[in-house]
Ligand binder design. Structure first.
Ligand code: NDP
Length: 278
């Protein structure tokens, strides 16, 4: 029997994770099966128990269960513990090991795939939800000159500032607080693009931007990436590379083998049919 893995979420039908992990398994000759697992919104723990009953070895966790996965884990990495969100579970006998690979996925995509160093850059992170929370520590570990967190509900941005200031230079507020400042890297970690919307954003923020990055991905550039392009950002990228890189980190945690991400990113970019969840 192949070892069983899955991505658990709600909704989940459009997830690209089964494609990504199946490609990784083929590439690295791993005897495993990976599928999409829909959990009722009110029964995450029950769905995980059933998966364990089938001798499941590990799960990726996506919206809206990352906090519940964090609560379920009995052992956590530092980055998952600080983010208070888990996107990867590994079942080790009686222990449930939880990690958050979103941040390292983003950092690898920006620095390795896109070739843009984070160190000493001024970064604007828009959004303060689960995705933003998961990437702050890995971004700060790269020692940017500044990390500004802007959110529609500015209280949430301030709460993240308080939590993460101990790890680096963090400021927070409403996006308009930053409208006269320059940022080298602007990251959209809001879910606005999922609805085809644009977070409130002054176009002049992109005047000196090297990279505008939208964690969302899809067939067409998002409204955020459109605005960035026409407002002067030198380069624009969507979140497909982050998705594949975070998956590769999960794969490594489970199988102790590092798959090659470039061919998978290239394949997905040539086939991306619609906006999807991780
Ligand atoms: P959450 O629901 O946890 O957070 C949503 C965030 O978006 C909040 O900060 C919210 O602000 C903000 N927001 C929503 N709509 C708007 C709007 N119209 N204008 C301004 N701000 C808005 O979502 P996640 O953090 O889990 O996900 C965010 C995005 O990241 C999604 O698009 C998701 O697909 C993507 N993602 C991509 C990954 C990848 O690998 N590429 C991995 C993980 C996530 P407020 O607090 O005011 O409500």
């Amino acid at each position: 029997m192949p070892d069983l893995y899955a991505v658990i979420g709600n909704p989940i039908a459009h997830s690209k994770s089964p494609t990504i992990h199946t490609l990784f398994a083929q590439q690295t000759h791993q005897h495993m099966q990976y599928y999409a697992l829909l959990s009722p919104l009110d029964n995450f723990r029950g769905t995980v128990s059933e998966f364990l009953g089938q001798n499941g070895k590990g799960l990726n966790v996506t919206v809206p269960f990352k906090l519940e996965a964090y609560q379920l884990a009995t052992q956590l990495t530092e980055r998952a513990s600080i983010a208070q969100a888990v996107n990867t579970l590994r079942f080790d006998n009686d222990a449930i090991f939880g990690d958050n690979t979103d941040g390292v996925g983003l950092v690898k995509d920006i620095e390795i795939n896109l070739g843009i160093p984070i160190t000493h850059q001024r970064i604007l992170l828009i959004g303060a939800g689960g995705a933003a929370q998961g990437v702050i520590l890995p971004l700060l570990q790269k020692q940017p000159a500044l990390l500004a967190i802007a959110n529609r509900t500015s209280d949430k941005a301030h709460a993240l500032q308080q939590k993460f200031s101990v790890y680096g230079d963090v400021v927070a507020g409403d996006i308009m607080n930053f409208s006269d400042q320059d940022f080298h890297i602007v990251i959209n970690a809001t879910s606005a693009s999922l609805q085809g919307e644009l977070p409130e954003l002054p176009g002049k923020i992109f005047t000196h931007t090297i990279l505008a990055y939208d964690m969302m991905y899809g067939r067409e550039p998002t409204p955020f990436l459109h605005l960035a392009k026409y407002s002067g950002a030198q380069q624009q990228a969507d979140g497909i590379g982050m998705l594949v890189e975070q998956a590769a980190e999960s794969f490594f945690l489970w199988r102790n083998v590092r798959p090659q991400t470039q061919p998978v990113i290239a394949l997905l970019k040539s086939h991306t049919p619609s906006p999807l969840t991780p």
